[in-house]
Ligand binder design. Structure first.
Ligand SMILES: Cc1cc2nc3c(=O)[nH]c(=O)nc-3n(C[C@H](O)[C@H](O)[C@H](O)COP(=O)(O)OP(=O)(O)OC[C@H]3O[C@@H](n4cnc5c(N)ncnc54)[C@H](O)[C@@H]3O)c2cc1C
Length: 411
């Protein structure tokens, strides 16, 4: 029976990054994936990764935007860790080989993303996930003596011992059908989301929530499973994602009457309001009969306002997606989109270190891991006061006292 210090279920960005850290710490590691690692769904991540790396930015501003973007429901301890460590992590990724885009003066280029108060998204064209995934895969090869890979192995269940600790998994080698038991001191679930439970979804067929279900089966509590993110721009035909990078580069959203309707819903941020705000605005336009397309079932995303040279450089994948899946040249005409399920914020309940309470030896990382503690959060006014120190200098609290008009969150 294979036995390791650390057993990681999933070889997407979360699983491979965890494997690299565990290997560097000297642990013996096994990483199991039902698909070849670089086909993990992280390969679809397009637009980029947020981190306050600019000299004009501050991780506290990133944290504030994230807390605000979550409508003050986000796990603020986790947000603090994520935002304060993100700049170091992005630079680390670059140092190990991720070719983040640089501007003409040689600095890391950053693009605008929804809900961010400054340009904060580091990117590799619109293939950021693929670029990072390949670099991590390559880096893990350096640790081949201590990292065993089980590629195209399907984990069917987690194992608990008599004391209630998670001590490994049962998995099937997909190619041969052979079943095997794997023992481990620590098991990390990094098995992704459950997008296939929804339609339309931007998620591929492999996103079936296996890890969430398997953890639940051995008694791990789940949390915030109702917290589902809808992305504003997915192809009407099939739910394919058109990256937020398109709006970050300046694309407009138009209803069937040709109006830039975000002016009504988020006059300051317009198309770059947070995803829930833009998705809701689109759906309101559609529901009220102002949709675009033959059956008024969508909204136009107009990328023609972005300079063509820039579109071909920074959004090349969606140029292909437009042509191949909607028959539209996005540099010449608007493309029909609608909101689609994109991200599951809930999952296995963990503490800020990823440990599942009550089940020693079980950890969760990445998607499918708890990010919200909605029900335990104190009221908005109290939270606003408690996190006043996270607010960038000169910015007024907006969550306690709601302005009477417009968007209550100032978007
Ligand atoms: C189209 C699209 C675009 C996106 N763009 C961005 C972006 O620009 N920026 C951003 O930050 N995020 C983006 N995201 C979100 C981001 O891609 C995900 O949050 C992230 O990649 C999830 O990584 P993960 O490692 O948790 O899961 P995944 O990459 O989904 O990996 C899951 C792993 O678990 C394995 N697995 C699952 N079940 C089993 C099982 N039973 N047995 C064995 N192995 C199993 C799979 O084989 C896989 O290796 C995007 C998502 C989509 C869908």
């Amino acid at each position: 029976m294979p036995s390791h210090d650390v057993l990681i279920i999933g070889a997407g960005l979360a699983g491979q990054r965890a494997a690299l850290a565990a290997a560097q710490a000297g642990a013996s590691v096994a990483i199991i994936s039902k698909v070849h690692p670089v086909r993990s769904h992280s390969v679809a991540a397009a637009g980029g990764i947020n981190a306050a790396v600019s000299v004009d930015d501050d991780w506290r501003s990133h944290a504030y935007d994230t807390v605000k973007g979550s409508d003050f429901l986000g796990d603020q301890d986790a947000i603090e860790v994520m935002c304060s460590e993100a700049p170091k992590e992005v630079l680390h990724l670059e140092h190990i080989g991720v070719t983040f885009h640089r501007n003409d003066s040689g600095q890391l280029d950053l693009r605008a993303f929804g809900g961010a108060s400054v340009k904060r998204t580091a990117y590799v064209a619109d293939i950021t996930g693929q670029a990072i995934l390949h670099v991590l895969y390559e880096q893990l090869m350096k640790h081949h003596e201590t990292v065993d890979r089980y590629e195209e192995w399907f984990v069917t269940s987690l194992i608990k011992d008599d004391s209630g600790a998670c001590v490994g998994v049962v998995a099937r080698d997909i190619r041969t059908g052979r079943m095997e038991t794997f023992a481990a001191k620590s098991t990390i679930l990094a098995s992704g989301g459950a997008g296939q439970a929804f339609k339309p979804t931007t998620n591929g067929l492999i996103c079936t929530g296996d890890g969430i279900a398997q953890a639940y089966e051995i008694g791990a509590p789940l949390m915030d499973m109702e917290m589902i993110q809808y992305h504003p721009t997915t192809l009407v035909e099939n739910g394919f994602l058109i990256t937020e990078g398109a709006r970050g580069e300046g694309a407009h959203l138009l209803n069937g009457d040709g109006e830039r309707f975000m002016e009504k819903y988020a006059p300051n941020k317009m198309e770059l309001a947070s995803r829930d705000v833009v998705s809701r605005a689109e759906q309101t336009e559609i529901n009220e009969g102002r949709g675009a397309g033959p059956n008024k079932e969508g909204i136009y995303l107009d990328i023609t306002v972005v300079p063509k040279k820039r579109t071909l450089e920074a959004l090349r994948e969606i140029v292909n997606i437009g042509k191949d899946f909607a028959g539209v040249d996005i540099t010449e005409e608007p493309i029909l989109i609608r909101p689609g399920q994109h991200y599951i914020m809930g999952g296995v309940k963990t503490d800020v270190d990823g440990q599942a309470p009550g089940i020693p030896g079980l950890y969760a990382a990445g998607r499918g891991r708890l990010r919200l503690r909605a029900r335990r959060q104190p009221p908005r006014r109290e939270l606003a006061a408690r996190h006043a120190h996270l607010r960038p200098p000169g910015r007024r609290a907006r969550c306690g006292a709601r302005p009477a008009r417009r968007d209550a969150r100032g978007r």
